[in-house]
Design a protein around this ligand. Structure first.
Ligand code: GEK
Length: 243
């Protein structure tokens, strides 16, 4: 996977536009996500572990908002159940185009169907594993309840949803502390204060985080019986929900 350094926000911009998953972002995406999301590599590796454990024979495993297919690859190399298929979906044509090259260069044994589609309307059925790795945060708030209900309905009994998100906190001092620790993480990874500020402004109203309690409520309302956090670093968390 290409790993060009992310310098998209390094120079002062007269006007910071809305963040979009276009060709410029795709070109630097592996570097951007690794330097911006604490725990990203660990979460990807553990998605492989969870897929190995929960994938059911003859079922589908979904990577929703797959970007360049990191979670898809992790699952592809760990699933041993017979006749599984991975379905990787993203609505950015630029992401899908590059993801196809990444997957073509990989010889993992599980077949992958790659779809350029909106996860809110794409067909999802007969699933044993569904991954939403930092994707729900980009879906309009008004659409999140219906999407999660649909994912619950598409899962087989015993199936798992892995939901990773940037999260918000009700307690203002704690929110402030987590934001500062996250910005320190980005600084330690070579981003300047200008880059951090411009990226933050680009993501305003594009990436909308919710509290862990709100996520728990939504997952329970969708029908999931077992819901909890399995990974957290600052304001980045991953939850497991089991049907
Ligand atoms: C990873 N999961 O590397 N339908 C389809 N795709 C969408 C939608 C939607 N409605 N909204 C956003 N996306 C990946 C990382 S990145 C996270 C996921 C980040 C896609 C969007 O095009 C982008 O590729 C991805 O979700 C979010 O494990 O950049 O912080």
């Amino acid at each position: 996977m290409s790993d060009r350094p992310d310098t998209l926000y390094a120079d002062p911009l007269a006007q910071v536009g809305r963040f979009a998953f276009d060709k410029t972002v795709v070109a630097v995406f592996p570097d951007m996500i690794k330097r911006s999301v604490p725990g990203y590599a660990t979460i990807i590796q553990l998605i492989g572990d969870l897929a190995e454990r929960y994938a059911q024979s003859g079922s589908r495993c979904y990577d929703l908002g797959c970007s360049l297919g990191a979670a898809t690859l992790a699952m592809r190399h760990r699933i041993h159940s017979a006749d599984c298929q991975i379905v990787a979906v993203d609505n950015s044509a630029a992401m899908i185009e590059r993801c196809k090259q990444v997957l073509d260069a990989d010889s993992g044994p599980v077949p992958v169907e790659l779809r350029c589609d909106d996860i809110c309307s794409t067909e999802i059925a007969d699933a044993s594993v569904i991954v939403l790795n930092f994707t729900l945060q980009f879906v309009a708030l008004a659409k999140r309840d219906a999407l999660l209900k649909r994912l619950y309905d598409a899962l087989r009994p015993g199936g798992i949803l892995i939901l990773s998100e940037k999260v918000a906190f009700d307690d203002e001092p704690h929110q402030q502390l987590m934001t500062e620790l996250h910005h320190n993480f980005k600084r330690a990874n070579g981003y300047s204060d200008l880059e951090i500020a411009q990226k933050r402004s680009a993501l305003e109203q594009v990436l909308v985080p919710e509290t862990l309690n709100r996520h728990r409520e939504r997952l329970r309302a969708a029908g999931f019986s077992s819901v909890d956090v399995w990974f957290q670093c600052f304001n980045f968390a991953s939850m497991i929900a089991i049907k």
